[in-house]
Design a protein around this ligand. Structure first.
Ligand code: AMP
Ligand code: FES
Ligand code: ZN
Length: 265
């Protein structure tokens, strides 16, 4: 995935997986930088609470952490964007914002690899959902490593084969405090239901999740499916210079086309 010559940006949400990953890579003497995005989700004080755990973590373990506040920098947080667009696809909009910013901030800070804290439960439930609805492009895209591609950093998921329970335990044993609440927009999400189903199967036959995911990766190798990046930006955004399919990228359009600003609630 990477070596000690690389500079690894670790995207940290304030949760157990990503904080454990950053702690672990730092302990193994990799060159790391934690990057956190305060998304401006104010229900249950979710974003500010998450940032609090990230700050505490950086100070406690003396690990460099960069915090980007979406509302401060772009005048709007996710709550504002969602209300303006009147969209119900909150997670899709938020996912786009996170992917764009993680990549841009990592690049701007001299990193050449971007690591996220996705764990076995995340990846197995994602695969389960994609197979259930035969989302062929998403199935092809699911990978431990996505190669670097013009303007998009190499992406890796080092904790893919650890369960949620294992990363929680690792955090607790190493004195890492983390946010326990889930994002308020994730309530009722299909992935949570898939996780519950897989946990029931796991309870009856321990090892099911791991076999399911590992089997998928070896099958993918066998039939020689290369993991392509789903985002194919053949142009450069004229505002921010990042890869884009249109003249102005979706991130810039999202944050610039609505001058009307809603105040923090
Ligand atoms: P999620 O999509 O919330 O399951 O998060 C998956 C991974 O994305 C986490 O393990 C982190 O690596 C990263 N991530 C999620 N939210 C943030 C955030 N607000 N700032 C930085 N990285 C994040
Ligand atoms: Fe983005 Fe929940 S973290 S919608
Ligand atoms: Zn742009």
């Amino acid at each position: 995935m990477f070596s000690r010559q690389d500079k690894v940006a670790v995207a940290i949400s304030g949760g157990k997986d990503s904080l454990s990953l950053l702690y672990c890579l730092n302990k193994l003497r990799f060159s790391v930088l934690g990057i956190h995005i305060n998304l401006g989700i104010y229900k249950n004080n979710y974003s500010d609470e998450s940032e609090k755990f990230v700050k505490e973590f950086g100070e406690k373990f003396n690990i460099p952490v960069l915090i980007y506040n979406l509302k401060d920098k772009q005048k709007k947080g996710i709550d504002d964007v969602v209300r303006q667009k009147k969209t119900f696809k909150v997670c899709a909009t938020c996912g786009m914002v996170k992917r764009y910013l993680m990549n841009r901030l990592a690049l701007e800070n001299g990193c050449n690899v971007l690591a996220t804290g996705h764990n076995l439960d995340d990846e197995a439930s994602r695969l389960f959902g994609n197979i259930l609805y035969w989302q062929e492009e998403h199935i092809e895209h699911q990978s431990l490593v996505l190669p670097e591609e013009s303007g998009l950093l190499k992406k890796v998921k080092p904790f893919t084969f650890f369960t949620e329970k294992e990363t929680s335990l690792y955090a607790i044993l190493n004195g890492i405090s983390y946010i326990r609440e889930e994002c308020p927009y994730s309530i009722g999400a299909k992935t949570i239901k898939y996780k519950e189903i897989l946990n029931r199967l796991e309870f009856d036959s321990p090892g099911t999740k791991l076999r399911f995911l590992k089997g998928f990766y070896s099958f993918k190798k066998k039939i020689n499916i290369t993991s392509l990046r789903t985002f194919k930006g053949d142009k450069k955004c004229i505002k921010c210079g990042m890869p884009s399919t249109k003249e102005i990228c979706i991130f810039c359009r999202t944050f610039e086309e609505h001058p009307f600003i809603i105040e923090k609630v």
